[in-house]
Design a protein around this ligand. Structure first.
Ligand SMILES: [Fe+2]
Ligand SMILES: [Fe+2]
Length: 129
């Protein structure tokens, strides 16, 4: 399990709040199972969709304001995450959630926290501080 740590702090309140919120939500996602209610799973996807819209645009705005060199590379990763979330959600909408789909979602989140937030977001935070 990955936890929010102070080195993720940007000092920009809204970004820090958003990062904390996905760490909190990750704990809920890891506890999902095929016996979880449709409503419960639906709520997670709604959160993730709103998160990607709000957080990614806020973060990208900060990058642009700071002329961040790796902006395009970073934005591509955001776009990839959005695509994956929608793809998993699309399959879930058509059917009962399967173990496979849940694992796909969990892997995506673990990967995202470990590699994107913990590495790529940190890189950009370092340069704007
Ligand atoms: Fe990011
Ligand atoms: Fe981020």
């Amino acid at each position: 399990m990955l936890w929010w740590t102070d080195d993720l702090k940007t000092g920009i309140e809204i970004i820090d709040k958003q990062h904390k919120s996905i760490f909190d939500k990750a704990n809920k996602i890891f506890n999902l199972g095929t016996s979880s209610s449709r409503e419960e799973i639906e709520k997670i996807f709604i959160f993730l969709m709103n998160y990607t819209i709000n957080h990614f645009s806020d973060e990208e705005k900060v990058m642009l304001d700071n002329h961040y060199d790796d902006f395009m590379k970073h934005r591509e990763q955001h776009n990839y995450f959005v695509e994956q979330v929608y793809k998993i959600y699309y399959n879930f909408k058509g059917d009962k959630i399967t173990d496979e789909a849940l694992n796909e979602l969990k892997m995506l989140i673990i990967e995202w926290l470990a590699n994107h937030i913990n590495k790529d977001d940190k890189d950009f935070i370092k340069t704007i501080r």
